[in-house]
Design a protein around this ligand. Structure first.
Ligand code: PAF
Length: 280
C-alpha cells in the first residue's frame, strides 16, 4: 500500500496503468465501520481504491473542535492495508493549502442551510478540499455516507455544476447496536453519553412514526422530537429540521420526500444524524 503526503506520488501511481478504474473515499481519519463500508464498496466496484486522510482545517469554524478532532493514523493505515487499499493520501496542511492559497469553491443556496447555517463557512471548506482531492486523484467514483446528507447533496451539485468527471455514490449510514450513527466523534463521548446518544435515532424514529400515523404539521413533529431529546437531560439540541430532501426547503405542512435531520451536543461533542422519509 502506498502511503504518501505527496501529490506527485498519488498522480504517478494513479496514472501508471491508465486503463485501471479507481474509487476514492475521502476521510478525516479515525476510521470506523461506516468508513470501511465505503472502502469495501469502492474496492468492489473499481480496480483500485484511493483513501485520503486529512483533518481539513478549512471546514472547522471552531478551533477547539478542530484541535480535539480524534486521530489514530497508525490504526487507520492498518485497517486500510487489511482491506487491500492501494493508496492512502495523508497530506500535510501545507500541501493542501500552500502559502498564498486563495481559491475557494462555494455553492450558493444549499450550503447556507442547516449545517451551513449552524457552522458558517463549513461547506466552503468541504467543497474546496473535495474539489482539490478530485483533481489530484481523478477517480471514476467517489463514495460518501448518507450520515452527512447535506454534504452529499452539495458534493453532487458541485460535480454537476463544475463538470467534475466523477460519479458520486451515496452509501447508507452505519449504526451502533443502540442506533447511534457511527462517527469518528463518537470516540469523544463518555460510555454514558454514548449510551444516551441513542436518543438521536429514537427521536428520528419518533418523527417517522408520527408522520406514518398521519401527522402533517412540521412544527408538531419537531416539538415532539425536541421534547424527547430534552427529557434525556444530557443532550442539548442545536437544531432539528424537516426539509425537502433535494432542495432542503422547509415547509409548514409535510409533503413528498423529506429529510429529517438534527444536530445535538453532548457537552462539547456535536453529533448529527438524519433519516429520509417518503410521505405517500
Ligand atoms: O465527511 C468528511 O469526513 C469530510 O467532510 C470530507 C468529505 C473528508 C472532507 O474533508
Amino acid at each position: 500500500m502506498l502511503v504518501t503526503k505527496e501529490i506527485s506520488k498519488i498522480r504517478a501511481e494513479r496514472w501508471r496503468e491508465p486503463g485501471k478504474t479507481w474509487g476514492f473515499v475521502p476521510t478525516m481519519g479515525m476510521l470506523h465501520e461506516g468508513h470501511l463500508s465505503l472502502v469495501k464498496r469502492a474496492l468492489q466496484e473499481n480496480d483500485g481504491c484511493i483513501v485520503s486522510i486529512f483533518v481539513n482545517p478549512a471546514q472547522f469554524n471552531n478551533s477547539t473542535d478542530f484541535s480535539n478532532y480524534p486521530k489514530d493514523l497508525e490504526k487507520d493505515l492498518s485497517l486500510l492495508e487489511n482491506l487491500g487499499v492501494e493508496m492512502v493520501f495523508t497530506p500535510d496542511k501545507e500541501v493542501i493549502y500552500p502559502a498564498n492559497f486563495s481559491s475557494k469553491i462555494s455553492l450558493e443556496g444549499l450550503a447556507g442551510k442547516l449545517e451551513g447555517a449552524a457552522r458558517p463557512g463549513h461547506f466552503d471548506g468541504v467543497t474546496t478540499v473535495v474539489g482539490k482531492f478530485f483533481n489530484i486523484t481523478q477517480p471514476h467514483k467517489a463514495y460518501f455516507g448518507q450520515k452527512d446528507a447535506q454534504q452529499l447533496l452539495i458534493i453532487k451539485k458541485m460535480v454537476r455544476d463544475l463538470n467534475f468527471n466523477v460519479e458520486v455514490i451515496r452509501c447508507p449510514t452505519f449504526r451502533e447496536e443502540n442506533g447511534l450513527a457511527m462517527s469518528s466523534r463518537n470516540t469523544l463521548l463518555t460510555p454514558e453519553q454514548k449510551e444516551k446518544a441513542a436518543i438521536l435515532y429514537q427521536s428520528l424514529q419518533l418523527a417517522k412514526e408520527m408522520i406514518a400515523a398521519g401527522e402533517r404539521e412540521t412544527a408538531k413533529v419537531i416539538d415532539a422530537m425536541t421534547e424527547l431529546i430534552n427529557r434525556e437531560g444530557m443532550a442539548q439540541v442545536d437544531y432539528i429540521s424537516i426539509n425537502d430532501r433535494e432542495t432542503l426547503e422547509e415547509f409548514p405542512t409535510l409533503q413528498g420526500k423529506i429529510l429529517i435531520s438534527l444536530a445535538v451536543f453532548f457537552d462539547q461533542v456535536r453529533l448529527i444524524d438524519n433519516v429520509i422519509h417518503q410521505i405517500e
